[in-house]
Design a protein around this ligand. Structure first.
Ligand SMILES: [Zn+2]
Length: 301
């Protein structure tokens, strides 16, 4: 391990102990953020402006330092979740993400979209060109997922079986179109859409579990859920744990690295402490994502 240099050892040891103890070859994190430096700086400023100590971002190194740290932790595949907050920005972000994936072979090439003329076309082109996963953020984007300009976008993702991580829960900040209602209508229209509900839909966990049970391609990502930080503001209802256990094959590790207020290991420890069994945990940390992304973007439906 040439990447495990001294500054990473404290971070890496507990993470590596956890996955190696489960007999895994590493972990796959479907929800990490890499974006153009000027955009990332703005995201970090947003968190700073929440107030001193409210959301202290732990991993503020340069891009290379952040990718090296993920490798030292044993993260075998990760993503570069990015999202526009206005029209006219998605294609630029997609070009950046394509270049990032090109120089970062362990990153699943990521893309995004906004309801705007041409969205269906550039989404289909990104899929054709090798995008493996998309990101949609309804609160930051401030758009209605039922917007007719997105109909071809959801259709292209569903037809090609390309997963899309959708931040559609109302946490930590709600928007006009967050919550289970609007996105449930998208799924009713596109029942084969491989949507990955970010943050397990926090705080509307129950309603998004309902959707995952109703639609067999809907997955949930664990991003920040169950950590002490999220349990304070949006605790996962313990009574729903059996449903999460039953959905095992469709629960995927996500963390929100690097924009997190705690050590990376905390997410894994929180999942292990749910005590849902070794098989469940192996699936969540590695197997489920390996299966979902293993066959490439043009999987047979
Ligand atoms: Zn995120």
């Amino acid at each position: 391990m040439t990447t495990t240099d001294a500054p990473h050892d404290d971070e890496a040891a507990p993470v590596r102990a956890l996955w190696s103890g489960l007999g895994l070859p590493g972990i796959i994190d479907v929800h990490t953020h890499f974006m153009p430096e000027n955009v990332l700086v703005k995201v970090w400023r947003f968190f700073e402006e929440l107030g001193e100590g409210v959301w202290p971002i732990r991993y503020r190194g340069g891009e290379r330092e952040r990718t090296e740290l993920l490798r030292a932790l044993g993260v075998r595949r990760f993503t570069s979740m990015l999202y526009p907050h206005r029209p006219g920005m998605a294609e630029w972000l997609n070009a950046w993400a394509a270049d990032f994936a090109e120089r970062t072979p362990d990153c699943l090439r990521t893309a995004t979209f906004h309801p705007e003329p041409g969205a269906g076309g550039y989404t289909a082109a990104a899929i054709e060109d090798g995008a493996r996963v998309f990101k949609a953020h309804l609160q930051v984007g401030g758009y209605d997922p039922r917007d007719p300009l997105l109909s071809d976008v959801w259709g292209a993702l569903a037809d090609s079986g390309t997963p899309v991580v959708v931040h559609c829960g109302s946490g930590p900040h709600g928007g006009a179109f967050t919550g289970p209602g609007p996105f449930a209508e998208v799924l009713a229209e596109h029942p084969r859409l491989p949507a990955i509900i970010a943050h397990c839909g926090a705080p509307e966990y129950t309603e998004f579990l309902d959707l995952a049970e109703r639609y067999e391609r809907v997955h949930l990502d664990t991003t920040m859920v169950f950590t002490a930080f999220t349990e304070r503001s949006a605790p996962f209802p313990r009574a729903e744990l059996p449903r999460l256990a039953d959905l095992g094959g469709r629960v995927l590790l996500g963390t929100d690295f690097p924009n997190i207020p705690h050590p990376y290991a905390d997410q894994l420890t929180a999942l292990a402490e749910l005590d849902l069994g070794g098989d469940w945990l192996r699936g969540v940390l590695y197997g489920n994502a390996a299966r979902l992304f293993g066959a490439g973007p043009h999987r047979a439906p």
